[in-house]
Design a protein around this ligand. Structure first.
Ligand code: GUN
Ligand code: ZN
Length: 441
């Protein structure tokens, strides 16, 4: 019998199982009521969905003799990571040295994105990109393509082949970028609409209407994107907001009649549930309040923000304002595909702000927190019965140093903190999508 036939049937995994039921920041006592942890636990999966999670002594007897059980004792079993902001078309410029945002876009990004006019190139990069996500334990991502339709066809096709839940969209940009990377208000609208009709809701794929950021769209194009957002309320809106001070100043000059940068998106109908705004660093209290009120989400991308010297995201202010917050690698401005590296940098950014990010909250943000921010809580992000069975097996002894250091870690929080401090894709022993193994170290 093939592996996939086994895995569409009922099967179970035994290991240390952790998932979140709420935001640890909203609970006292180190957020103990916000998560469920079974040091010796069992996760039962059937037909691509979670059916049960519990302690091994409680569940093993009830599994039935015919149910295959994979013994992963010693490993940590977590819901798959969710990367809420990443550019697949920037895979080949990760680690480009020494520029701030606007210069980096001109010098590295636009030339790299130009290559996606070639659909063969798009397909090759999409395959590599999806494999890299899975190697890093990322089972869902919100992905920016290039301006070319074919880039989105390529990334959706690559995700579909593996049964992944993935959200993507064609970038819309019709000014302040190279001529050959521009669409228009009309063509951006028409091509995005055609892609929505082709892909949105096909299996686990969903579309994001993707104006790159305010400076590269005319008012007419933002209005067209807003029309699309009103016509397809269950599609996502995905853009960048207030990442860097020069960018904020530029947006103000381009839209002098708007109250602030956020108000540009708000004015054109782009701020609503399922609107996802990457960065959100240089915001005032009013902007945070308005994002919360609109039930839009922001994405903290610390590896990118530090690499580009953009600024320090204020997680405490976002949390206190009730803003839905997720984490993003933001490859290729970001410097790693690994959400574990992102957690490490998020912790350090918080330190520089004299705030503390607890390991439990960090892992919440990479799983259930992101699912909530993306309005996908009823499908992914936790092991709630009925959810899609996307999960990762993390090896707390993946490297000699991790093994040595973890041996003296007494609590779950200490173990998680070591995984985020010392870990990367080396700790991802396996990745499952829809209950099937899609990556094995
Ligand atoms: N702002 C507009 N485009 C981009 C991009 O590609 N990356 C980042 N980090 N910020 C942007
Ligand atoms: Zn980005």
């Amino acid at each position: 019998m093939t592996r996939s036939a086994i895995h569409s049937r009922r099967h179970a995994v035994r290991g240390s199982i952790l998932h979140f039921v709420d935001d640890p920041a909203l609970h006292a006592d180190d957020g103990i009521a916000a998560f469920e942890y079974h040091e010796d636990g069992v996760l039962v999966v059937e037909g691509g969905h979670v059916t049960k999670v519990g302690s091994a002594p409680e569940l093993l007897g009830a599994l039935g003799p015919g149910t295959p059980l994979e013994d992963l004792t010693g490993m940590l079993v977590l819901p798959g990571f969710i990367d809420a902001h990443i550019h697949f078309v920037q895979t080949d410029i990760i680690g480009s040295h020494g520029r701030r945002l606007l210069e980096w876009l001109e010098r590295y990004t636009f030339p790299a994105e130009r290559a996606f006019a070639d659909s063969g190139h798009a397909q090759e990069v999409a395959e590599f990109f999806v494999r890299e996500l899975l190697r890093n334990g990322t089972t869902t991502a919100l992905v920016m393509g290039s301006v070319h339709r074919a880039s989105v066809d390529a990334i959706f096709a690559a995700a579909q082949r593996r049964g992944m839940r993935l959200i993507a969209g064609k970038v819309m940009m019709d000014r302040n970028c190279p001529e050959d990377l521009r669409d228009t208000a009309e063509s951006g609208y028409a091509e995005s609409k055609a892609l929505i009709e082709k892909w949105h809701g096909q299996g686990r794929l969903q579309y994001a209407i993707t104006p790159r950021f305010a400076p590269t769209s005319t008012p007419e194009q933002l209005a067209a994107a807003g029309r699309l957002a009103a016509e397809h309320r269950d599609a996502f809106v995905h853009t960048h907001l207030s990442e860097n001070e020069e960018e904020v100043e530029w947006a103000r000059r381009l839209f002098p009649e708007r109250r602030n940068y956020l108000d540009v998106y708000d004015h054109y109908g782009l701020l609503r549930p399922r609107s996802v705004l990457a960065h959100a660093i240089w915001l005032d209290d009013g902007e945070f309040r308005r994002i919360a009120q609109a039930r839009a989400a922001v994405v903290h991308c610390p590896t990118c923000n530090l690499a580009m010297g953009s600024g320090l995201f204020d997680l405490r202010r976002a949390t206190e304002a009730g803003v839905l917050t997720a984490l993003g690698t933001d490859v290729g401005g970001g410097t790693s595909f690994s959400l574990l590296r992102v957690l490490d940098e998020a912790y350090k950014v918080a330190q520089l702000r004299r705030e503390v990010l607890s390991p439990l909250r960090a892992f919440y943000l990479a799983t259930l927190g992101a699912a909530r921010a993306l309005d996908l809580e009823d499908r992914i992000g936790s092991f709630r019965a009925g959810n899609e069975a996307d999960f990762v097996i993390l090896d707390p002894a993946a490297t000699p140093l991790l093994a040595r250091r973890t041996a003296s870690a007494a609590t779950l929080a200490e173990k998680l903190f070591l995984l985020m401090t010392l870990g990367d894709e080396r700790v991802v022993a396996r990745t499952y999508v829809g209950g099937q193994v899609v990556h094995e170290r």
